[in-house]
Design a protein around this ligand. Structure first.
Ligand code: PMP
Length: 287
């Protein structure tokens, strides 16, 4: 089935949707994005994703071409038009087509931002085989820019990290900066030690994960102990458990870190419980 996508106010078949070769998203990576998951036809953590989108835009002085009401409606329309029960919605906003290549921003009063939304159908989003098996990660130097709190489309370093992981027979990478884990290549990273959930605190060094925020609230409500502090790869290697969170993976157990088996090499009880907690609470709050 040909997907219906949204481009600058129009719903089009994916093969008829186009943007300019001068679009700054293409030329300069001058664009931000969001990813929202859909379970049972409903949007998970939508308010969080919408708020982070506004923050990313405002940090870069970029205009949102849609109102909040319009954006929600486009998400819902795409779910309906594409018959998505379980899947993902990607939203990309760039600073638009400046008419030629230039480092200087075009005038936002005359050059509108480009907006594109598309869906991915993922029937087993809530039950992928990896969730019961766990994933393997490598350590990879974090050489990204210093504003990782802004969700930009600059995904080349994460792509290189994923390729290195694949080459090593693994699934993903934990980025390491100054000896400490920042986050996963497209997710937030956690370890569990002595029953405590440990994850790096929020700063410009990591993306402020929407799944992370929701999960830490649910964990606190369930009286689980969370310590927000950086941890080393060595600590991760000797942890009782490790896991990642993200809008497309929810809570995903990690069973190997840079060649070291974590715990018994199978998903641990804390990660399993958090996954169930996130899915049940997330579904309740979905809109
Ligand atoms: N960190 C990075 C670098 C990411 O790309 C993502 C996923 N977009 C996350 C963390 C997790 O964020 P979220 O839970 O909002 O998907």
């Amino acid at each position: 089935m040909t997907r219906t996508v949204y481009v600058n106010g129009n719903y089009l078949p994916e093969n008829e949707a186009t943007i300019s070769i001068f679009d700054r998203g293409f030329l300069m990576a001058d664009a931000v994005y969001e990813v929202t998951s859909v379970l049972d036809g409903k949007l998970l953590d939508y308010a969080g994703h919408e708020a982070r989108l506004q923050r990313s835009l405002s940090e870069l002085g970029m205009a949102n071409p849609c109102t909040a009401e319009e954006l929600l409606q486009v998400h819902r329309d795409l779910v309906e038009k594409n018959g998505i029960v379980n899947g993902l919605i990607y939203l990309q906003i760039s600073r638009g087509n400046g008419g030629d290549r230039s480092f200087i921003f075009p005038d936002a009063a005359t050059v509108p931002s480009t907006i594109v939304l598309f869906t991915q159908d993922v029937p087993d989003l809530a039950n992928p085989p990896a969730a019961s098996k766990g994933i393997k990660v490598i350590a990879f130097e974090d050489l990204r820019w210093g504003r990782r709190d802004i969700k930009t489309v600059q995904l080349l370093w994460p792509s290189l990290a994923k390729m290195a992981a694949k080459k090593a027979g693994c699934d993903d990478a934990f980025f390491v900066m100054d000896g400490l884990v920042t986050e996963g290549s497209s997710n937030n990273a956690y370890i569990v030690k002595g029953g405590k959930i440990i994850t790096r605190p929020l700063s410009n060094d990591i993306l402020h994960g929407i799944t992370r925020a929701a999960l830490l609230t649910y964990a606190a409500e369930a009286q689980m102990v969370v310590e927000e502090r950086p941890f080393t790869i060595e600590e991760a290697k000797s942890a009782d458990e490790a896991f990642i969170t993200g809008a497309s993976t929810f809570v995903m157990p990690v069973i190997e870190v840079d060649g070291a088996t974590i715990g018994s090499g199978t998903p641990g009880p804390v990660a399993k419980r958090l996954r169930e907690l996130y899915l049940s609470e997330g579904r309740k709050a979905a809109i």
